[in-house]
Ligand binder design. Structure first.
Ligand code: PLP
Length: 346
């Protein structure tokens, strides 16, 4: 079994290399702390944390459902969307069932599949992008679940909701298609919205999203899933008691209530993404289009050296051994530091 490897902490790098002022661009986090309205909502509930949280997260579900224009029974919540992905695998996968996903992709897919004794079936990326035709060809009578990160982690490449809808139409009805949209808020509107463009016509599809990235609540662990009530009920059955804490629920509700403020911050990261990628491409480096809050450098054998050189300059990125380097988009100042370190490394 592989273990989940979190991005390296800036402080850990400082200790290891005897440097100071390291910055972490390794985990696709939001560089800004949550908006004041979210911090206030958390502060308001902390005096009540001697009590268990609302297991059903009633108000949070209702708030998300209204926000997304869905009936409440089409929504469930979890301690991060990665917990919901785990619950989906545990709800649907019996030993020997196949779980199909593009590779390289989010590293929890093989871990969760292995934990449930499922059989991983992977389809290589084409041009760093999930190969939807290849996935269709790989479906067998044992396929239970298909997981597609959209945008893909680590490459940032993205399919339109229409393409994914055509994909779902070609998948047998008894195979669940999980569309993992942790970076949805950073995706340009021209890619469509799977909740409105895909879910109504595909009862076997489920969309997962998170408050970790755009809303900056990674440390609180709060995510949600949307889909047919039958799938939502299955996910609910696998929820550990009180998994989403009271402060997490309060923060998520405040984040939805102040979505307009969060959109302004997201726009600044999206603008920085364009600036950074344009700059790196101007050096003649290949960078796949990214719709997420990170970009990917498919540097192959050079990856480890580039990663190490940037780390010595105090810029911690994410290395995919001998394959590539993934770098989180941050504030303009941190991005400038990153660009200088990357240029030097290259
Ligand atoms: C593709 C993808 N899905 C899900 C997640 C998990 O997010 P969380 O569990 O914080 O909601 C991540 C986090 O990096 C991710 O990259």
């Amino acid at each position: 079994m592989p273990s989940y490897k979190p991005g390296k902490d800036a402080k850990q790098t400082e200790r290891e290399l005897g440097i100071s002022d390291a910055i972490k661009l390794a985990s696709n986090e939001n560089p800004m702390e949550p908006i004041p309205e979210i911090l206030a909502a958390i502060a308001e509930v902390t005096s009540g944390i001697n009590r268990y949280a609302d297991h059903r997260a009633t108000q949070m579900r209702q708030t998300i459902a209204d926000w997304q224009g869905l009936p409440t029974d089409h929504v469930t919540v979890g301690a991060g969307s990665s917990a919901i992905l785990h619950r989906l695998v545990s709800a649907y996968v019996d030993p020997g069932d196949e779980v199909l996903y593009p590779w390289r992709s989010f590293e929890v897919y093989p871990i969760y599949t292995g934990l449930l004794d499922g059989e991983p079936v992977t389809v290589p990326l084409v041009a760093e992008t999930a190969d939807l035709d290849g996935l269709l060809d790989a479906i067998s009578s044992k396929t239970k679940l298909i997981m597609i990160a959209n945008p893909n982690n680590p490459t940032g490449t993205t399919h339109t909701a229409d393409d994914l809808s055509s994909f779902c139409a070609a998948v047998p009805d008894d195979v669940i298609v999980v569309i993992d949209e942790a970076y949805f808020e950073f995706v340009e509107p021209r890619f469509g919205n799977s909740v409105t463009d895909l879910l109504p016509s595909h009862r076997n599809a489920v969309v997962t999203r998170t408050f970790s990235k755009a809303q900056g609540l990674a440390g609180l662990r709060v995510g949600y899933a949307m889909g047919d009530p039958e799938i939502i009920t299955a996910i609910d059955k696998t929820q550990l008691p009180f998994a989403v804490s009271t402060p997490s629920q309060a923060a998520a509700i405040a984040a939805v209530q102040h979505a307009d403020k969060i959109a302004v911050r997201v726009a600044s990261i999206v603008a920085e993404r364009a600036r950074v990628i344009d700059e790196v491409r101007s050096w003649g480096v290949d960078v796949p289009d990214s719709q997420a809050n990170f970009f990917y450098l498919p540097l192959g054998e050079r990856s480890n050296d580039v990663f190490a050189s940037m780390e010595r300059d105090g810029v911690v990125t994410r290395l995919f051994d001998q394959l590539g380097v993934r770098i989180t988009i941050s504030t303009a100042d941190e991005n400038d530091r990153m660009l200088a370190a990357l240029k030097g490394a290259l």
